[in-house]
Ligand binder design. Sequence first.
Ligand code: HEM
Length: 354
Amino acid sequence: MVDRLAEASDKGTFSIWKYVTSYTMDSVCETTMGTKLGIQKQDNHPFLKCFERFTELVATRTLMPWLHSDFIYRFTSYYKPYYYNINFMTSFVSKIIKEKRQALLDGTNSKNAIDEQNNDTGKPATTTFLELLIEYSGGDRGYTDLELREETMVMLLAGTDTSAVGASFAAVMLSKHQDMQEKLYQEIMEILGDKDSVAAEDLPRFKYLDAVVKETLRLYSPVPITARTADRDFVLPSGRKIVKGSGVIIHIWGTHRNPKYWGADAEVFRPERFFDLQLDHPAAYMPFSYGPRNCLGYQYASMSMKTVVASLVKRYKILPAEHVVEDGEKPLRVKFDIMMKHVDNYQVQLVRRK
Ligand code: HEM
């Protein structure tokens, strides 16, 4: 990602989105299926294109309840592209599952992309999410191909845009807060020195980076709401009664900006608040939801976002887009697109550090 960004650095305003989302898609595909798609190296990669078009169509359908019925949806112009894109992705994943099953049966499985890559570095072979699913569900008598495909697709859909949104918002916030970016740069130099890349072992040492990522996810939570069904009657502290079976929307975005939990400066980007944070309620901060069905990939996501931000800030100075009038605290404009995304598509300027 950082190498590819050289083509856009020192050239004024551009959107960082495609670079970051290509990285997260490559990384989630490798971890989940052991497949190296090389999306970062190819503009308009068909898998990413289908993925992006599909999420747009899902967002449109979600917001128009009359389109939820397939009977009505099939008469709209969305229907064909919706099924074209989902079929493209599912066929692609099904093919990989078949190959993986066969390779496990033949005992030739070590030849996946991650293994090949790691063998160059002498690291031990990596077991992918898909291999674990096949193995722990009972191999040939375990999950069917359809079950494996559904689980794999959930990982791709849940893991790609979310982390890309988080990391891209962090880049925009750092462009608006040069003092914080400088502080982060100092931390990166102290920890990485001359090293060009960030290793997993380095990440726990980054205290300020951790705070920057957490504060970004507080103010610009990629997932703004979540939903549950009440499994019993209960009464809220306000006295309002929720009846068993009701659907409940939990407002993550609103909770993260509520002065009751975050103080009078709840709307201010201040990573330092995470240094000595004492939450009044554990669910006052829940970018990854809360409770038994919270995000499966939150540690992976956190590592991924920190790696992106550290690599980016180490190589480039991030400046605000040219049209942005200097006002660090003015909230960014956002839109609902399954995730909560930036209306201006994460525009910044990059200047290569000497
Ligand atoms: C910044 C990045 C991410 C954010 C903000 C995020 C947020 C969330 C949230 C809020 C939920 C819960 C939805 C609910 O309450 O029902 C969730 C579920 C989930 N996430 Fe993430 N996520 C992120 C990254 C990832 C990644 C990288 C993966 C996988 C590689 C992942 C996999 C999942 C899965 C599988 C679930 C469903 C868990 C279940 O239903 O038991 N997420 N995520």
